[in-house]
Design a protein around this ligand. Sequence first.
Ligand code: 8DG
Length: 335
Amino acid sequence: MTPELKAGRLVLRSLQPGDAPAIHRLINDWSVVRMLSRLPFPYPRELAEQWIDSTRRDSAQGSAHHFAITRDGALLGAIALVLSDDRRSGSLGYWLAPTEWGQGLTTQAGQRVVEWGLTVLRLEKITADAAQDNVASAAVLGKLGFVKTGTSSRRFVSRGQDCPIDLFELPRATFLAKTQEPVEVSAPPPAEVTPVVAEPPKPRTLLVVAAALLDAKGRILLAKRPEGKRLAGLWEFPGGKVERDETPEQALIREMREELGLDLTGACLAPFTFVSENAGPFHLLMPLYVVRRWRGVPTPREGQTLEWVAAADLGRYAMPDPDLPLIPLLQELLG
Ligand SMILES: Nc1nc2c([nH]c(=O)n2[C@H]2C[C@H](O)[C@@H](COP(=O)(O)OP(=O)(O)OP(=O)(O)O)O2)c(=O)[nH]1
């Protein structure tokens, strides 16, 4: 199903039958429709209704995810990821009402959808294309990190002619390497010396603690990162960064209280294994503890969604890349 995503003030949500009048009014504008290859001009009202129905079928089948771009409840445009048959790549498309152009809204919505597609859907790459006279769209794709890979030509129904188009691509690896935010590090601040020869930046190590909380049935508690956070929509083991002057165990006890309202004081925090993985601009070092007893009932205090998951089902939950090696180890422990 197509989720609801937040991007600043924008809410990206699935299309509803009640959106037809707004879509008909906004698309039925030559400056919009001339850039959309498959739509006729004028654009009849029934087509808006049929299109909304088709987006809902696509979403149910998981073959495409179409989002209405809305702000304060008003529909401003739409953005979509149409997946390849093998679901390993997607193609990005969008349009925005001309009254909203020039504010960076398409870029904002695009960033969120691209991030979701590459991290939650785990697409290997996203492609896009734009008519060569669609300078604004090429600029948006550039800001999203797409690079031009070639040219082609396509029939534009609205213009009644074939038009040259540029083809663009954003591989997942490129996106992950570029967009992970710089974060706090445990290393000391750099000395105030300007090196004569520039050296490549050293990878910085981020120490994060996490817990595999196990219930009486041997299920593991996973938390879905909330909208607005980096890696939003991915499932992780509850935990967080170790602060200065904290031991990993103190940090885990603090994080479990802050995130889940649990009291782990005096509980057995059994070191299980650790992650040591390149996570983009930082290197993630994450000890994972197995915890079977605590006081309290896990309660999402930071907007996360919680779920108890059987070890055999862990692979069905989209998790950050560094977590993937943990899955078989937990399955072996609990199998
Ligand atoms: N807790 C946790 N974090 C993980 C896992 N896998 C993984 O890559 N991480 C990453 C995501 C974050 O970059 C970092 C955890 O830091 P955090 O939870 O304290 O930080 P955050 O991004 O939520 O931001 P903030 O609350 O500090 O503002 O480790 C995991 O399984 N559990």
